[in-house]
Design a protein around this ligand. Sequence first.
Ligand code: CA
Length: 220
Amino acid sequence: MKILIVEDERKLAEVERDYLVAADYEVTILGNGAEVAPWLADNSVDLMVLDLMLPGKDGISICKTVRQTSNLPIIMTTARIEEVDRLLGLDLGADDYLCKPFSPRELVSRVRAVLRRSDPQMAADRGDTLIINPETFGVRFQAQQISLTSVEFRLLEELMKRPGVIFTRDRLMTAIYPDRRIVSDRTIDSHIKKLRKKLEVLSADREFVWSVYGAGYKYE
Ligand code: CA
């Protein structure tokens, strides 16, 4: 698996690289944000570790640009813990956030976790994911099966596109009601509540859709 580290603190980037290489990843380092788009156009990569403050182009702009065309897993790193809340609020679609200083071991374990959950085939092979059928709005988990309403189904389908990523209510609303009908946050909450209730039938000890206090919802 190939990892791109975008980090302008050279020493830090090299430590990250050494640990990731030791964990059997192939690593490329870029120190300037403006280099990322041209590099991605010519190279394939499985995950990007993206610093927020960069010369050339900042991490937020890079993340937004990448998200327009790809689901490439992204772990954003930032020097300030308060930044993480702000980044979540911006709804960038990054897969995880790490606050500096973090241990390189922590980075390796986050990289592994993000890669594991972003690979639906791997989860399907383990029998460890929901199988959804867009033609019937049916959902299957191992031997159990349920049917959803179209709204519940679309909510679940949207969340499952990016496992582990927190979706704000706004983002879900835009995805579910593209005609921008006036719906309140509570509409989303009430559909999610019904969805979670139905999903309980599939497994007694597994939660699939999680509520993240003050932020939104995620599928895991
Ligand atoms: Ca930086």
